[in-house]
Write a protein that binds this ligand. Structure first.
Ligand SMILES: *Cc1c(COP(=O)(O)O)cnc(C)c1O
Length: 406
């Protein structure tokens, strides 16, 4: 089927699953088999040597995982894909496969906490030079790229302050020095943003988040240029960070409703962001869909929707956050994002748990910041829930009003 003529919502359902499978099954079977048998040794050899298609051993390739890979390939408009056990496996395998001692990577300060840890701790141990720049200082980034680099690693919108990075502009700078451009597209999803069309060579997803969408399976995806994917795949096969077929199936199943969920989450997040912006207990709202957001103009050019995650600060510090969050009833106070249920938490326990207070401060992550990942609940209920909790802390903080009401 030629998916290039079809819309995202159609591809989410059908891509990778147009052929009828075992016994006419209309959903993808979960192939738990570790190994694949052959009667003909020549045929077996040809598959093992990569001369013909087939399966040998599930650490390398697996039929259920292959369907997941095909689906994301279509959604991102990529030449090739490979799946991993987690998002961090995708990120670390990609960086370690593309970099080696003496090579240089340029990136931004605001990458996901785990990625940040790779840049600050692990890559330097292998004598890889890491240059981290102010996330929205594109001139500085261009200067650092122009000095020469092997990989430009970006993430946008960022976690947890939702900064927007100009992919097209920086990819163009990277092309001039022959660097591979990698973009973590987890927050946007392929529904809202397609970095390959903006000049990226590789796109990464933590499939644990929006792609799966139900917080019940973990996975990672790398897709993009075929020769680069093959290089990382060779490392992944040996490194062993393969996704389990059961997890691949869960993600595949979740992805069928990806467009439905993301469209709803985009719309709800914008409504909630606007509501919070006008609340007197809220000091700042970070959401790229707001016209007041410094990255809004760039977001408009590279995104078709602004995503389901926002963050905000409330009056007071971390003590107020501790009062406020447990008053919310329609959220799980939990790590992760992109689920059907709303999730909220402060960065020190979620995205940036790997970093210490000082490192978070350096990144400009305020102590009263709350990350709020909007689920698919009815937005009016979510706003009412926020309103009740914000009113309650306001009353708590002006003690005598609390007396009167109780
Ligand atoms: C969660 C996340 C990751 C890591 O993914 P895991 O599946 O938890 O390993 C990477 N990047 C971003 C932006 C994330 O939100």
């Amino acid at each position: 089927m030629d998916f290039s003529k079809l819309k995202m919502g159609t591809a989410s359902v059908w891509a990778g699953e147009t052929e009828r499978s075992y016994q006419g099954a209309t959903t993808t079977p979960i192939v738990n088999s570790v190994t694949y048998a052959y009667d003909d040794l020549d045929e077996w050899y040809d598959v093992a040597a990569g001369k013909s298609k087939g399966y040998i051993y599930s650490r390398n390739t697996n039929p259920t995982v292959a369907v997941l890979e095909e689906k994301i390939c279509v959604l991102e408009g990529a030449e090739a894909t490979t799946a991993f056990a987690t998002g961090m496996a995708a990120i670390s395998n990609t960086l370690f496969a593309l970099l080696s001692p003496g090579k240089r990577v340029v990136s931004i300060n605001d990458t996901y906490g785990g990625t940040s840890k790779l840049f600050l701790e692990f890559l330097p141990e292998f004598k890889i030079e890491v240059s981290l720049c102010n996330t929205t200082d594109f001139e500085m980034l261009e200067k650092e790229i122009a000095k020469g680099c092997d990989v430009l690693y970006l993430e946008t919108p960022t976690n947890p302050t939702l900064k927007v990075v100009d992919i097209k502009r920086l990819a163009a700078a990277a092309k001039k020095v022959g660097a591979v451009v990698v973009v973590d597209n987890t927050f946007a999803t392929p529904i809202n943003q397609n970095p390959l069309q903006l000049g990226a060579d590789l796109v990464i997803h933590s499939a644990t988040k929006f792609l799966c969408g139900h917080s019940d399976a973990m996975g990672g995806i790398l897709c993009g240029k075929k020769e680069l994917i093959e290089k990382v795949f060779r490392f992944r096969e040996i490194n062993g960070a393969s996704i389990h077929p059961e997890a691949a199936y869960m993600i595949l199943r979740g992805m069928k409703t990806l467009e439905l969920r993301v469209e709803r989450q985009n719309a709800s997040a914008l409504k909630i962001a606007k509501y919070l912006l006008n609340h007197d207990q809220v000091t700042d709202v970070f959401y790229p869909g707001l016209t007041t957001h410094p990255g809004h103009e760039i977001a408009k050019t590279q995104m078709s929707g602004f995503g389901g995650v926002l963050s905000f600060t409330i009056k007071g510090g971390y003590d107020q956050v501790k009062q406020f969050l447990p008053k919310l009833k329609l959220v799980h106070l939990a790590a992760s994002l992109g689920s059907v249920s709303t999730l909220a938490g402060p960065p020190r326990t979620t995205s940036h748990v790997e970093l210490n207070d000082e490192q978070r401060k350096q990144l400009g992550i305020p102590e009263s910041l709350i990350r709020y990942s909007v689920g698919i609940e009815n937005v009016e209920d979510l706003i009412a829930d926020l309103d009740t909790a914000l009113t309650a802390i306001k009353i708590d903080n002006t003690g005598n009003v609390a007396e009167k009401l109780s």
